[in-house]
Design a protein around this ligand. Structure first.
Ligand code: FO1
Length: 317
């Protein structure tokens, strides 16, 4: 079993490549749920849905989130009541949130809700929320403390990020199925998702780091920073204002205590020696994922790299 840790669009693309490169049932994706929030009385889990739609092959190819070809009739109707349409939900996407909300209210845990949704979409991989407990990312900015989607979508990531907090995380428990998957994994792949707000909450969920320390396989991260810029979203700006170096080397420093290998882009090949001096081995390749072929090619290379690191680990024991 290969385990991937993933956040939004970058994580979903990596997961899709891994799913394509592995036999059916060979992938478990552990997903950030600290972006989850309530809107119009519905529970929205953007990262779970982005991974789910992408693995089902129905994600919007332009945005990366939402369903391809979705309509906005429900939002248009909501706008008639003079509501501010700051978060765009398509009609098919609404169906997911309606059922998730109903099933959660009936007492099903988020993991069971997600399993049922993913099974109905015919997804051959396991998609697991990092926890069944609620955790909410809060972003400290010069304008004050903001809820994550207010910062990310409402204000278009325009505020400097001075700090990040994960409300409720101290009372959360890593999903037991996620812990077992990690503890039995052949390899754990940290997707090129935002290290602060996508991978950060997963790693900080109590029980998750201990599972990662205990995993028998190698842990390999794919850098979301390429040529000093983020592949998508505000990761570069966020890393800078939080005092981290915005580079593949900066990523290596962030993950150094956890990873055996780091995959960096060819443009960053000059950093290989400095990264390996910190501990992790480095694979240099083309990491920018375009279409599905690209995702599968990168996933295969990452899996081969992890295989080589596993052999090294065994030899070292
Ligand atoms: N991101 C946006 O930038 N604007 C949106 O209107 C938006 C709507 C949306 C609806 C459903 C969904 O699952 C995701 C959506 N996202 C939108 C993406 C989402 O806010 C982010 O990708 C994550 O929370 C960050 O990983």
């Amino acid at each position: 079993m290969i385990v991937a840790l993933a956040g939004g669009v970058g994580g979903a693309k990596m997961a899709q490549g891994l799913q394509a490169a592995l036999p059916p049932g060979g992938l478990t994706v552990i997903v950030n749920t600290a972006d989850d929030f309530d809107l119009y009385g519905l529970r929205i889990s953007p990262d779970l849905d982005t991974v789910m739609y992408t693995l089902a092959g129905i994600a919007d190819p332009v945005n990366g989130w939402g369903v391809a070809g979705d309509t906005r009739n429900t939002l248009d109707a909501i706008a008639r009541y003079e509501q501010d349409l700051w978060f765009l939900l398509g009609d098919q996407d609404f169906a997911t949130h309606v059922l998730r909300t109903e099933w959660l209210r009936a007492g099903k845990p988020l993991s069971a809700v997600t399993e049922q949704l993913a099974a109905a979409l015919g997804i051959p991989s396991a998609i697991l929320p990092m926890s069944d407990d609620r955790v909410a990312t809060l972003v400290d900015t010069p304008a004050g403390r903001l809820e994550f989607q207010d910062y990310f979508v409402g204000r278009r990531q325009s505020d400097d990020v001075l700090g990040v907090a994960f409300a409720g995380i101290e009372h959360a428990t890593a999903l037991p199925a996620a812990v077992s998957a990690i503890e039995g994994a052949e390899a754990v792949i940290i997707a090129p998702s935002n290290p602060i707000v996508s991978i950060g909450p997963i790693l900080e969920t109590p029980g998750m780091r201990a599972a990662l320390v205990a995993t028998p396989g190698p842990i390999v991260a794919v850098s979301p920073i390429v040529g000093g810029r983020a592949l998508k979203g505000p990761a570069a700006q966020m890393l800078a204002t939080l005092g981290h170096e915005v580079s593949a080397l900066g990523m290596a420093r962030l993950y150094a205590d956890l990873i055996d290998g780091l995959v960096i882009d060819a443009i960053d090949r000059d950093m290989q020696a400095a990264i390996e001096a910190l501990g992790p081995r480095v694979l240099v390749t083309q990491t920018v994922m375009g279409g599905e072929d690209d995702r599968r090619r990168l996933a295969s290379e990452v899996l081969d790299f992890a295989g080589a690191l596993a052999a090294r680990r065994t030899a070292a024991r």
